[in-house]
Design a protein around this ligand. Sequence first.
Ligand SMILES: Cc1cc2nc3c(=O)[nH]c(=O)nc-3n(C[C@H](O)[C@H](O)[C@H](O)COP(=O)(O)OP(=O)(O)OC[C@H]3O[C@@H](n4cnc5c(N)ncnc54)[C@H](O)[C@@H]3O)c2cc1C
Length: 377
Amino acid sequence: MSERIVVLGAGFGGLELCTTLSETLGEDAHVTLIDKSDAFVFGFSKLDIMFRGAAPDSVRMYHRDIAKPGVRALRETVTAIDPDARTVVTDAGTHEADVLVIALGADYDMDATPGLAEAGNEFYSVAGAERLAGIIPTFSRGHAVIGICGAPFKCPPAPSECALMLDDELTARGVRDACEISIVMPLGTPVPPSPETSAALEREFAARNIKLLSGRRVAALDRSRSLAVLDDNSELPFDLFLGVPKHRAPDVVISSGMTEDGYIPVDSATLATRYPGVYAVGDVATAGVPKAGVFAEGAARVVAQTIVSQLRGGQPPGRHLGRGTCYIEFGQGRIGSVDIDFLSGPTKTGTFNAPSAEQMAQKERFGSSRRARWFDA
Ligand SMILES: Cc1cc2nc3c(=O)[nH]c(=O)nc-3n(C[C@H](O)[C@H](O)[C@H](O)COP(=O)(O)OP(=O)(O)OC[C@H]3O[C@@H](n4cnc5c(N)ncnc54)[C@H](O)[C@@H]3O)c2cc1C
């Protein structure tokens, strides 16, 4: 029996899902993978663009290089989703699905924070990171604010990594003493499920004179006075603003009627939505896990197992455990990590692995193994 499987979004979740289905079902997979962009980029590559001089082209993995049996990758923009009929409209036509998987990630809502687009620089998109790669070397004096405009946001450790890498950059240029660095973070600690990881980051901040304003978010930027207005109405002057915009599901997902509070609610064990035959994985869903690629991948594997077991019987699918390792740049070339487990037990846990050569090698393998697995590169 064959089913038409349509996967929307070729990011962490969509790529892992299609790869697993292709490995298991081969030419029988009948998967159509749709993405509007021409390439995939790891989130952490944005920090490499900003601070390590990585050329944007060197971190792009082109979707045209996806060559998986049973998978047809199309570059189209999804313009409408009908979850009841499992029909998707794109700028190139209509796709009907027996199984529809939505893996369209989270978008940035620049308008939610007045002044951000005009006065701030976001570093969560490739274009924003490229722009900042040109601006950071010109910043030699004053206050740099790394400001988060709303939670949840992707990869909770990333703003802390940004602060530590900025500290390195300013130190290397001999201008650190003329600069201040502050982070405004809506979370209570840098990595809430792991007190050890948070404490290690907070020790680094203290040693490097980085100020952490936790439990607060940036509500607006005032361009004429160059200051950030926080949600407690306090004001923070800045000379350089590196922003994390408020996130939400892409507009096309919101207008499909599937979202609640900005994201698609799913059964966190199975990733099933309330629409039969429709699943949502990764940042677009509320699955009880942080917004990070490792969790999108884990969710995608569960959906792949579900589809395979429906088609072929055999092994029943496992449940989504919400486990994954997030690597963290501690600056000065050091990399640590945190092993997160959100769903397998009664409490959320996060085990800290201190920076080491082994952690650095593992982060390198994390990137290269996915590049090889998804793009045969
Ligand atoms: C600075 C930074 C550092 C990060 N570091 C890490 C890290 O170290 N480890 C980690 O695990 N995660 C990290 N992340 C988070 C990670 O990048 C995301 O959580 C992950 O990409 C989510 O995967 P996804 O499949 O849900 O969505 P995405 O990977 O965002 O993929 C969504 C896809 O949908 C496509 N799309 C959207 N709308 C449409 C449309 N209308 N039509 C067609 N296609 C569309 C997009 O083009 C995109 O390719 C980081 C993120 C940032 C910003």
